[in-house]
Design a protein around this ligand. Sequence first.
Ligand code: C2E
Ligand code: MG
Ligand code: MG
Length: 261
Amino acid sequence: MEQLIINAIENDWVEVYYQPIYSTEERRFTAAEALMRIKDENGKIIPPGIFIDVAENNGMILRLGEMVFEKVCRFIRENQIRQYGLQYIEVNLSVIQCAYEQLADDYIRIMEENSLSPDLINLEITESASVSAKKTLLENMQSLMSYGVRFSLDDFGTGQSNLNYIVDMPVDIVKFDRSMINAYFENGKAKYVMDAAMHMIHGMDLEIVSEGIETKEQYQTMEDLGISYIQGFYFSKPLPEQEFLAFIAGTQPRSAVSVSR
Ligand code: C2E
Ligand code: MG
Ligand code: MG
């Protein structure tokens, strides 16, 4: 696995897929999440679940994460995503990246190189275990926020993102993990947990994205609950760049898309 990652870095076999995020209020796609894949020597796509842990343990996630961010910034610049009605792209940060002192400087430099407005970027963080990692994370967040970048708290409801983390972290968006959504439909008690979390998060004036929505019933329930953003296979799985743009251009109401085709 380690050799696979080294090969991907050296040969630039790193790809970014995009999964659309739907706004229940605007009734159209307003954002997307960038999701990393690497390819092996046969061009076979390898999903992050298989290699992220290894890349975090050997530190290669720093280079992989930076490659993903460079690709996302180039994608936004070349395609002028606002023309597609997309407000921003969400990009995942590993806890290892968040604990890296140079992160904010590196990411600001990459945005500058691409002449990107920082409000086109939303960075997804998860819970950092150690106190020192959390301190560096907050410093990185402060620098990036003063520059104009906004943040989401990913994986809420997995035990990786706890309630008090929402209180401590200056995020605008909380992402409900798929496991929480599934529990909501399978376990009577889980309903109360999600209802309470939702009211609390909305009370703090934060937005919620429900992830892993696969069926119309799940979608309808989330919309009825008042969740603002929905992400999941119900709308689309993550897609390669060009397929993603074609998907968005084909689904948005005419007024939202001003791209010449
Ligand atoms: P995540 O950030 O929570 O991303 C959402 C994951 O859920 C994605 O898996 C996505 O494909 C999957 N998903 C979305 N909708 C559905 C659905 O309706 N049903 C099901 N079953 N799954 C759905 P993916 O792309 O395999 O990524 C897995 C995880 O790997 C991500 O979870 C994130 O933690 C990590 N990851 C992905 N890209 C990056 C990256 O660029 N950097 C870092 N550090 N981590 C990344
Ligand atoms: Mg994420
Ligand atoms: Mg997530």
